[in-house]
Design a protein around this ligand. Structure first.
Ligand SMILES: *[C@@H]1O[C@H](CO)[C@@H](O)[C@H](O)[C@H]1NC(C)=O
Length: 350
């Protein structure tokens, strides 16, 4: 009897040990995408789409403009902190940071970019394929810094965030005639989802296993689109919201498919549409007062260089606003969206 009990105990203990030692930890947050997650890479390139001047960053640590398109932190920063890592994920092209910082988190995102190469060309920003080239360079630097074995462990266990798509529609499809002459909007959605699939397969081939993919927000409710909605009394542009919902559904389908197709891949679809839509519809539940306009300037059209210190209309307290400029959420809205997503990420990946 005692003998059986002890072997049972030993078995249980070794199982417990196995469980705790194989319980994976996330050693780094690695980010690809557009301005929703760009931590300042556009500061270093020649584009008009920048935000490394005040009042951007006025509520960031030290009141410092970093190149984030907000008054403070953006969602990857909150995700990083929630995993016990740095409170802010640094931009890969930021010369004040090096591989020792990037070993626990790095951002390759570029404001204005999209899945489609034609999107990044509009404002001369970093195309997605180039973000991937930077990532490959980073892999080599990390191997040189911590050794190949440790680097491979970090790269496999890291949580990767991918967030883009809005610019493909608003900056490209609905602004430049080329893609519109080639595709209906539904065909364009399929084209983008195809590109997203190719990109995720390339990430997988490079060793990526833990991935969170964010779809597009209710694009028709961005202040810039509402300002342009003269016919609709500056309400949300329903067509853009419908396109966002359709695109997100297709992207979610892709993620489900890739989880089956790629062994060991664990990808989640981190849909931010509904939470942001809910905030916009019921702002007072979250302590907001203004949803239609951004805080910066008149809030109707200002972003990048038009959102600057000379603009006399900028609001005093950004925490009353859902949007910081005409296109990007305030730190408070970013925080709420991130907090909505984080429990799921912690449950899946840590
Ligand atoms: C985007 O451009 C890169 C570099 O020129 C090229 O390798 C890639 O095939 C292009 N992607 C598409 C979908 O055209």
């Amino acid at each position: 009897m005692a003998h059986t009990y002890i072997s049972w105990l030993l078995l249980t203990l070794s199982l417990l040990l196995l469980l705790t030692t194989t319980k994976a930890k996330v050693p780094a947050i690695i980010v690809f995408g557009d301005s929703s997650v760009d931590a300042g890479n556009n500061n270093q390139i020649s584009t008009l789409l920048k935000s490394n001047f005040k009042p951007y960053g006025r509520d960031f640590d030290g009141g410092r403009p970093t190149g984030r398109f907000s008054n403070g932190r953006i969602p990857p920063d909150f995700v990083s902190a929630a995993f016990g890592l740095k409170p802010a994920v640094p931009a890969y092209l930021d010369p004040t940071h090096g591989i020792s910082d990037f070993a626990t988190g790095v951002c390759f995102a570029s404001a204005g970019t999209g899945y489609d190469n034609a999107t990044s060309s509009v404002l001369n920003v970093i195309p997605l394929w180039k973000e991937l080239e930077y990532y490959k360079e980073y892999q080599n630097k990390l191997k040189a810094y911590v050794g190949t074995e440790k680097a491979n462990e970090i790269l496999t266990e890291a949580l990767y965030l991918l967030s883009l798509g809005t610019n493909d529609f608003l900056e490209n499809y609905y602004t430049i005639p080329t893609r519109r002459s080639q595709f209906t909007v539904k065909q364009f959605q399929d084209f983008l989802v195809g590109l997203a699939g190719n990109f995720i397969r390339e990430l997988y081939a490079l060793g990526v296993r833990k991935l969170s993919v964010t779809g597009v927000p209710p694009m028709g409710c961005l202040p810039l689109e509402r300002a342009a909605n003269f016919m609709g009394n500056h309400g949300c542009q329903q067509e853009y919201n419908n396109v966002a919902l359709e695109f997100n559904a297709k992207l979610g389908g892709l993620i489900a498919k890739l989880n089956h197709e790629l062994p060991g891949m664990k990808a989640v679809f981190a849909n931010a549409y509904y939470i942001l839509y809910h905030i916009i519809r019921r702002p007072s539940e979250y302590g907001f007062e203004v949803t239609r306009n951004g805080c910066c300037g008149t809030g109707a059209f200002e972003m990048s260089y038009l959102c600057n210190q000379q603009n006399p209309f900028t609001c005093e307290d950004a925490s009353k606003y859902v949007f910081w400029d005409s296109f990007h959420p305030t730190e408070k809205a970013n925080h709420i969206m991130a907090d909505h997503l984080i429990p799921r990420l912690l449950a899946e990946f840590s």
